[in-house]
Write a protein that binds this ligand. Structure first.
Ligand SMILES: Nc1ncnc2c1ncn2[C@@H]1O[C@H](COP(=O)(O)OP(=O)(O)OP(=O)(O)O)[C@@H](O)[C@H]1O
Length: 235
């Protein structure tokens, strides 16, 4: 279980997140500027927050980013153009690219998971957008961290590729028992990837539900506000 109780102040924006997140995929929904990325940056250790983060009862807040049990994948996770697919993944384990046998096996495993073994010797410019993003996922997976943070990593892909990536995220999350947080602007992505859904409004978590809430007729009041649908129960 990932237990979050975190506060952070931008100049004009106060964020205060409090939630317990079970293993599996959780999609973070919310309008622009409501605080989705701030939460991911706090978890990843890229912003210094106040409060606490516990993962399986171990406190993470005092750990620097590289010591947290967390891998992060951002939208613009550029690959190194001068390195092959294999090397772009291997660099996640060893910046000098001198890998031992066990590390080589991990790279092999990550490329297999993302169905890239036959592309291992290619350079990034010879990859499609979806393949390139799979390499970035492989690099995030290769370190075998139990928490995976995805900040709109697929928003530049066309809908069918995006769907393929979301299924991949769901598969690896289930297979490896990960706790995956996916930031998205699209409720349809949450529905595709399954799991749970969190709504963030003005720096606070205002709903945390099974994703089926998005297709229920007796609509959740906070999600209905997010969708701009009037809800007679609340208004
Ligand atoms: N570098 C910054 N300097 C000052 N304020 C910031 C900075 N980054 C974010 N903020 C403030 O924090 C709020 C939340 O930003 P955040 O990026 O977390 O939102 P978001 O929900 O991820 O938005 P989007 O969907 O547009 O990426 C913003 O409205 C802004 O007021």
């Amino acid at each position: 279980m990932l237990k979050i109780n975190l506060q952070y102040d931008w100049e004009t924006f106060h964020a205060d997140y409090c939630v317990d997140i079970p293993p599996g995929v959780t999609t973070l929904l919310g309008g622009s500027g409501e605080g989705k990325s701030t939460l991911l940056h706090l978890l990843g250790g890229f912003l210094d927050g106040r409060g606490e983060i516990y993962f399986n009862d171990a406190s993470l807040l005092s750990l620097p980013a590289y010591e947290r049990p967390i891998s992060t994948l951002f939208q613009s996770d550029n690959l190194f153009p001068q390195l092959t697919v294999w090397q772009n993944v291997a660099v996640g384990l060893s910046p000098s690219l001198s890998l031992n046998k066990e590390q080589n096996q991990k790279v092999q495993w990550a490329l297999d998971k993302t169905q890239l073994l036959d592309k291992a010797e290619r350079f990034p410019q010879a990859l499609s957008g979806g393949q390139a993003q799979r390499v970035a996922i492989a690099r995030a997976l290769v370190r075998k961290k139990p928490i995976l943070l995805l900040d709109e990593p697929f928003s530049a892909l066309d809908p069918s590729l995006r769907e393929e990536m979301l299924y991949l995220v769901n598969d690896v999350t289930q297979e490896l028992g990960l706790t995956t947080l996916l930031v998205s602007h699209l409720p349809s992505e949450a529905t595709l990837v399954g799991g749970r859904v969190i709504l963030i409004e003005q720096g606070r978590i205002t709903a945390h539900e099974d994703v089926s809430v998005l297709s229920e007729t007796g609509f959740h009041p906070h999600f209905s506000r997010y969708f701009g649908v009037s809800n007679s129960g609340e208004r």
